[in-house]
Design a protein around this ligand. Structure first.
Ligand SMILES: C[S@@+](CC[C@H](N)C(=O)[O-])C[C@H]1O[C@@H](n2cnc3c(N)ncnc32)[C@H](O)[C@@H]1O
Length: 193
C-alpha cells in the first residue's frame, strides 16, 4: 500500500472513531480482533495495558456489559471511564501484587516511544514485553488469552518464542486499522497452558 493510501486509511478510522464516540482509532483494531477471535466474553476479568486514552477499554466495557472487571494501566492520565478501574503508573515500576490472580484476558497496546533506530526500539519493546509476560505468568488463568502489540522483527520473534512456551496456539494479526507502513503487529496467545 502506498504511503498516502495508508495515511488516508488511518484518517478514515480517526473520523470513524470520532463519529462513533471512541477515544481512539485503536478501538477498531480490537473490535476487528474480537469479532474474529471472540476474546472479550461477559464475566471476564480483563487487564488493559497501555490503555490511554481508552479506546480498547471502551470496547472491552461494551462487551462485558457491566459484568466481570476491567483494570487499565497507563503512564499517562486517562479521563474516567465507566466500569474501568484505572491505575496511572509506568509499567516498568508497577507492583504486580496489586493485581488479581484470576485474570481471563490480558490485552496490551503498549509500545515505547519510537526513536526510529530499530535496535533501540526493539530493545525497549522487548523490555515491555518481558513485564507483560510476567503479568501473564502471575495473573492469567489456565485457558486465558493474551493479546500483545510488538514490532515486526526482533521483538516479534521474542514474543512468539515466549508465547509458544505458554499457550496452546498463537496468531499474528495486522488489523485493517493499523497503518501498513507501521511496523506494529499484534500477536494473540490463545488458551494458556
Ligand atoms: C497506542 S497507545 C494505546 C491506545 C489504547 N489502546 C486505546 O485504544 O486508546 C499506547 C499507550 O501505551 C502507553 N505506554 C507506553 N509506555 C508505557 C509504560 N512504560 N507504562 C505505561 N504505559 C505506557 C502510552 O502512554 C500510550 O497511552
Amino acid at each position: 500500500m502506498a504511503k498516502n493510501e495508508s495515511y488516508y486509511l488511518g484518517e478514515k478510522y480517526n473520523l470513524l472513531a470520532k463519529k462513533q464516540g471512541y477515544r481512539s482509532r485503536a478501538a477498531f483494531k480490537l473490535i476487528q480482533i474480537d469479532k474474529e477471535e471472540n476474546i472479550l466474553k461477559k464475566n471476564s476479568n480483563i487487564i488493559d495495558l497501555g490503555c490511554a486514552p481508552g479506546g480498547w477499554s471502551q470496547v472491552a466495557s461494551e462487551r462485558l456489559k457491566g459484568t466481570g472487571s476491567i483494570v487499565g494501566i497507563d503512564i499517562l492520565r486517562m479521563p474516567r471511564l465507566k466500569d474501568v478501574e484505572f491505575i496511572q503508573c509506568d509499567l516498568r515500576n508497577f507492583d504486580l501484587s496489586q493485581l488479581k490472580t484470576t485474570i481471563d484476558v490480558v490485552i496490551s497496546d503498549i509500545a515505547p516511544n519510537i526513536s526510529g533506530v530499530s535496535i533501540v526500539d526493539d530493545a525497549n519493546m522487548i523490555d515491555l514485553l518481558e513485564i507483560e509476560l510476567s503479568i501473564v505468568d502471575k495473573t492469567l488463568v489456565k485457558g486465558g488469552n493474551f493479546l500483545a502489540k510488538c514490532f515486526q522483527g526482533e521483538s516479534l520473534e521474542y514474543l512468539i518464542f515466549n508465547l509458544k512456551k505458554r499457550f496452546n496456539s498463537f496468531k499474528r494479526i495486522k488489523p485493517l486499522a493499523s497503518r501498513n507502513i507501521s511496523k506494529e503487529i499484534y500477536v494473540l496467545g490463545l488458551n494458556k497452558i
